[in-house]
Design a binder for this molecule. Structure first.
Ligand SMILES: [Zn+2]
Length: 162
């Protein structure tokens, strides 16, 4: 017969919510959001890997190199000893380096600076600007390369899933 308790509970919850809220300061401060790693639409399943290979001095390990390749918007795809330019689709061999997934090699560095198509992306008057659609397509393709690289490196005992 009493409908009051429910209402009281609600009021109490509401009150405790208010009490739990941060005390407002005199200046309204933007609520700092925790820096959540929200996976992008292209990578719904985020799998974390850690490097378990031999320790390397100051250089990047192969997991870090793969991540760098996967993050480079000028690359459309890559393999152990290959980088494909997202601008002109040219395949640059990185076989000069014994380390797999090596992106800091002379021919690729030179190509990034000199590729006319890549330059055109950043030229406001160019008809070959990088569109969001192009960027998304290249990213998907890079993620495929990255997944292949991870699968290969797991087999090589260089990385493991964590
Ligand atoms: Zn190119």
């Amino acid at each position: 017969m009493s409908s009051q308790p429910d209402r009281q509970t609600i009021r109490k919850c509401h009150l405790s919510f208010i009490l739990d809220s941060p005390i407002p300061s005199s200046q309204p401060q933007p609520r700092s959001q925790p820096n959540l790693d929200i996976p992008s639409a292209s990578t719904p399943h985020v799998v974390q890997y850690e490097y378990i290979g031999r320790r390397i001095g100051n250089g990047r390990n192969v997991l870090q190199r793969v991540e760098m390749l996967a993050a480079n918007i000028k690359i459309s795809s890559f393999d152990t000893h290959l980088i494909v330019c997202a601008g002109c689709n040219e395949q640059l061999s990185t076989r000069g380096h014994t380390s797999p997934y090596y992106d800091n090699c002379d021919n690729w560095n030179f190509h990034q600076r000199t590729c006319g198509k890549l330059q055109a992306w950043y030229n406001p008057s160019s008809p070959y600007k990088l569109t969001p659609e192009m960027a998304a397509k290249f990213e998907r393709s890079r993620m495929e390369s990255r997944d292949k690289a991870f699968a290969y490196l797991v087999l090589q005992n260089k990385i493991k899933r964590v």
